[in-house]
Ligand binder design. Structure first.
Ligand code: C2O
Ligand code: CU
Ligand code: CU
Length: 485
């Protein structure tokens, strides 16, 4: 029987409840049906909770900083690591690390990465959210063959943002990312540095992703559209604890999963102050009890742990998709000490440039087969991705409104554009909520949703892709090319 498993497999689908934008919860809970788990699925529920410390991902050291340029070497190679207790997992890594090392960059200071591919598969390292010339973007066809090496230049001309880098090789990206080729790239600038936000050890990346382990061998199982990726890893560790001081932290939440969406909240329903999204800080902080992240999205929050007495433990819950006994908890914050705190969250974080008058409009439709056929394909404007085709011609300097619709009834998607940080103008005819009012490069589209966004193409000319960032979907064809001329 293909039908139901297949449909669900292809996209975290719901059970057919009518969904409208903003009403994420029905799909989240509808998807949480134990009957949909394969009988032979791993006992993710048996992975010990809060047994290991959350790793802090090491920051990569440059080989050289001469001439105002930071030069790094990043080697793609296999490595094995103990992720589940007592078992070793083979991974595709950047520099043998899982997740890949964090690269810290500063606006106005270029980064050059010497890439070496020591894997036996092609790679193409893309800097997600980066404003880059096309030759350094990490396009699907711009692959580095096994044994190959090259230099990649990131000019870092855009404003601060919590970016990430990951593989993008055509038809391989989904598996490559799943097997470990992802890391953070934190770009800062003077405006961000001048703010009194938590810094240094109190500014922490929390990269969340899911995985499906063979519990016998500890190996990662990869199948397109797999719905049994029900072990959550945080900075590479399953369900860790994170020892914090009773003070404010800036937590850079990132969803590095191929397909999983998460909705995060503190177990006591405590407040989080969202200060940033994909493209850096919001104009104004906003207080919330939950954070929704589709695959590829980032949200920065400040949590003030001084409201908890030392000794308190607070679980960060995921009320998103999937069986709650497996993915309902993400990590546990353990408040273990006091600490002084001179940080604060200003009421104005930045001023975003005013949107120019739009010069063009276009409509984009995302859809994938959801009728249960054996090899579902994904479509952008009813076309499967063809790297040899230009799907959208954009005039250099244009500021365009794109109306993007998810035409599926069951399957959620999201929409990511290379090269630009865009602004969400409308979601289903209404103004976007506060979480979506900053600069975005990836935006969620639940079934039936329409989002209007505006992007300005005044930085580089050339070809770039846009796609659904559920990587299994983009690998199924839900990707297209725009050419800026
Ligand atoms: Cu994060 Cu085209 O990708
Ligand atoms: Cu990208
Ligand atoms: Cu999709």
């Amino acid at each position: 029987m293909v039908t139901r498993r297949r449909v669900l497999g292809t996209g975290l689908a719901a059970t057919g409840v009518g969904l409208t934008g903003g009403s994420l919860l029905p799909v989240l809970h509808a998807a949480a049906q134990p009957a949909e788990r394969p009988a032979a699925g791993p006992a993710a529920a048996a992975v010990p909770r809060f047994a290991t410390a959350m790793p802090r991902v090491p920051v990569l050291k440059p080989d050289s900083t001469m001439g105002g340029v930071d030069l790094y070497t990043v080697t793609m190679r296999t490595a094995s690591k103990e992720i589940l207790p007592g078992l070793r997992t083979e991974l595709r890594t950047f520099n043998g690390q899982f997740p890949g090392p964090t690269i810290k960059a500063r606006r106005g200071r270029p980064v050059v990465v010497r890439q070496i591919n020591s894997l036996d598969v092609d790679t193409s390292v893309h800097l997600h959210g980066g404003e880059l010339p096309p030759e350094y973007d990490g396009a699907p066809m711009d692959t580095l063959a096994p044994g190959g090496r090259r230099l990649c230049v990131y000019p870092n001309t855009q404003a601060h943002a919590s970016l990430w880098y990951h593989d993008h090789a055509h038809h391989l990206e989904s598996e490559n990312v799943y097997r470990g080729l992802h890391g953070s790239y934190l770009l800062t600038d003077e405006a961000e540095e001048a703010l009194p936000l938590p810094k240094g050890e109190y500014d922490v990346v929390i990269g969340i992703r899911d995985a499906h382990f063979d519990t016998g061998t500890g190996q990662l199982v990869y199948q397109m559209g797999d719905r049994a990726r029900n072990t959550l890893l945080v900075n590479g560790a399953p369900y860790p604890y994170f020892q914090v001081a009773a003070r404010s932290y800036r937590l850079r939440l990132a969803n590095h999963s191929n397909m999983r969406f998460v909705e995060l909240r503190l177990a006591d329903d405590g407040d989080m102050v969202q200060i940033g999204s994909d493209g850096g800080l919001l104009e104004r902080p906003h207080t919330t009890k939950s954070v929704h992240l589709s695959s590829g999205e980032r949200v920065d929050v400040v949590i003030d742990f001084s409201r908890y007495p030392v000794g308190t433990q607070i679980v960060l819950k995921n009320t998103g998709y999937g069986p709650v006994e497996e993915i309902g908890e993400v990590l546990r914050f353990d408040v273990v000490r006091t600490a002084s705190d001179a940080s604060s969250v200003p009421s104005v974080l930045r001023t975003l440039p005013r949107l120019p008058a739009p010069t063009a409009e276009r409509a984009i439709v995302l859809r994938m087969d959801e009728d249960g056929r054996p090899d579902p394909q994904g479509y952008m404007d009813e076309k499967v991705y063809d790297p040899g085709r230009v799907d959208a011609r954009v005039r250099f300097g244009a500021s365009e409104i794109w109306t993007v619709t998810n035409a599926n009834k069951l399957v959620p998607h999201n929409f990511h554009m290379h090269l630009v940080q865009f602004r969400v103008l409308e979601r289903n005819g209404a103004a976007p909520g506060p979480a979506e009012q900053g600069l975005k490069d990836t935006v969620v589209l639940m079934p039936g949703d329409t989002v209007r966004l505006q992007a300005t193409f005044d930085r580089y000319q050339g070809e770039y892709v846009y796609h659904c960032h559920m990587l299994d979907h983009s690998a199924m064809g839900m990707m297209a090319t725009m050419k800026i001329v």
